[in-house]
Design a protein around this ligand. Structure first.
Ligand SMILES: Cc1cc2nc3c(=O)[nH]c(=O)nc-3n(C[C@H](O)[C@H](O)[C@H](O)COP(=O)(O)OP(=O)(O)OC[C@H]3O[C@@H](n4cnc5c(N)ncnc54)[C@H](O)[C@@H]3O)c2cc1C
Length: 460
């Protein structure tokens, strides 16, 4: 029986294994995961009615990747959509106040987040002829070129803070937001590109005889995102081995030797789906140049600080997703998600649960604060932003020393070098959120694509 070893039991590695099993049911698959539980960044904790997501809070249905996986696991009936308010009401914390982010062109006209000049620059984006940069460009440079500096300072910063907790001046737009430069190239404008894409989605739905698609939504499960990784692990059964770390890999003809901290495994193909630093360690002897490129992918540090309050102590019951404090304001908190206003069952009756993200590219110092200092800092920020009166009744801090890979300018060239070197090692596959997208949907898409490539390799 042919055997595939997958290093890393996060969402990507589990998806590779699950899809591979579907493609080749007679294949032996082993997922090796050093932690006691699979899931990687994804995990939900229950503390006396406070349901805390350790990592991601939900996934978007922009592509069908995660919804399809959920369906194939038989978990669709357990999904819950984010509240309507959380889709519409998102805020920035600027100048000591929460300010609503505009939801569309009309909102842009009336928002106080931009000056008249800033609004004009944004609203005239479809007609701007700005030469596309030949080289890779940062998110800040791209947005400034297309829609003006104010749009970059306010909206691009908020977008990058919300998704990557990164620095818009360093992140590559082509790597972090690949659709934007494509829209500019193909439609001559980002706004026109979005309009064309929406029209195409409506046409596609019509052809399929489906109702017109609504706006993208965020989803989770009533019991939290752990349902997804637990479902994958349950479907894979004993194929997932926890408490085992992969240390190195070596090729022997068409076969592979996988050295772990618990002995050596033979394999016909090896998939590395662990974080980039660990992939680099595993590859160090096999291909030092490849290891150097992989190991050069930067990560930021993020502390998740969940606080519970009595609803009676919150003068305003938030109806929305939460707020972002743009990183250029250098506040102690990057943003706050109003978890119990987004999904049901996140807090006991009479209480609310909010989750702050701290650290990131611009305030790495905050990550090193002890739990009490962090808790006090977040409490001070939410008092300011939301007028909370009482002390928190619950606190949980989760630290991610390597939280989210940062796709700095030059990332796609690095990925191309990695892929070229990977091709020189038939039977070795590198994947995970370090390469082509950090969102859960990206990880599931990449996992499915890698499973297809592994199946094709094994079939030869
Ligand atoms: C705080 C936070 C909030 C986020 N919020 C969102 C969100 O709201 N929505 C969204 O879509 N995405 C979000 N993300 C991103 C998303 O969660 C991740 O990109 C995704 O879960 C990564 O999955 P992965 O399997 O590629 O990597 P990981 O989850 O990092 O999994 C890699 C696995 O490899 C294991 N491993 C390490 N070393 C070895 C070794 N030597 N051998 C074998 N295995 C090893 C690790 O233990 C881990 O389990 C968030 C991430 C973080 C950290």
């Amino acid at each position: 029986m042919r055997h595939v070893v997958i290093a890393g039991g996060g969402l990507t590695g589990l998806t590779v294994a699950f899809r591979l099993r579907q493609l080749q049911p007679d294949l032996a698959v082993t997922v090796l995961e050093p932690q006691p539980h699979p899931g990687g960044n994804i995990g939900t904790e229950d503390h006396g009615g406070f349901r805390v997501e350790r990592g991601p809070n939900g996934f978007l249905d922009r592509t069908p990747a995660v919804p399809d996986l959920v369906r194939d696991l038989g978990l669709t009936p357990r999904l819950v959509a984010a509240s309507e308010g959380s889709r519409k009401n998102r805020y920035l914390f600027l100048g000591g106040k929460l300010r609503k982010l505009p939801g569309g062109p009309l909102g842009l006209l009336t928002t106080r987040l931009l000056s008249l000049r800033g609004k004009w620059a944004m609203l005239t984006e479809p007609w701007r002829k700005s030469a596309a940069a030949a080289e890779d460009e940062s998110v800040a440079d791209f947005v400034t070129r297309r829609a003006g500096k104010e749009a970059a300072d306010v909206f691009a910063d908020a977008l990058v803070t919300g998704i990557h907790a990164g620095d818009p001046a360093r992140l590559s737009v082509a790597a972090a937001f690949p659709r934007l430069p494509v829209m500019e190239r193909e439609a001559g404008s980002v706004v026109r590109g979005f309009m064309r894409a929406a029209k195409q989605r409506r046409r596609d739905a019509e052809v399929r005889g489906e109702p017109p698609p609504g706006p993208q939504r965020m989803w989770s499960f009533r019991e939290g995102l752990r349902v997804l990784v637990d479902g994958l692990a349950a479907a894979l059964g004993p194929a997932v081995e926890c408490g085992v770390a992969v240390r190195s890999v070596a090729a022997h003809g068409p076969h592979w030797r996988v050295t772990t901290d618990r002995g050596v495994r033979g394999a016909d193909a090896v998939v590395l789906a662990c974080p980039a630093r660990e992939q680099a360690e595993v590859l160090a002897d096999l291909d030092p140049a490849l290891a150097e490129d992989v190991g050069g992918i930067a990560y930021n540090r993020v502390a998740v600080v969940a606080l519970g309050y009595r609803a009676a102590d919150c003068p305003v019951a938030p109806d929305g997703f939460g707020y972002i404090a743009p990183q250029n304001t250098r506040r102690d908190v990057l943003g706050v998600q109003w978890c119990s206003a987004i999904f049901p069952d996140r807090a006991p009756p009479g209480c609310v649960l909010w989750r702050a993200l701290c650290g990131g590219a611009n305030r790495p110092d905050v990550f090193d604060w002890d739990d009490d200092t962090l808790g006090r800092a977040v409490h001070a920020e939410v008092r300011l932003a939301m007028g909370v009166r009482g002390e928190p009744v619950f606190r949980r801090v989760v630290r991610w020393p390597r939280a989210i890979p940062q796709y700095h300018v030059g990332h796609l060239a690095r990925v191309a070098r990695v892929e070229a070197k990977e091709a020189g090692h038939p039977g070795l596959f590198l994947t995970g959120n370090a390469y082509r997208g950090v969102a859960m949907g990206d990880c599931v898409e990449q996992g499915g694509a890698v499973a297809a490539r592994v199946a094709a390799h094994i079939a030869v």
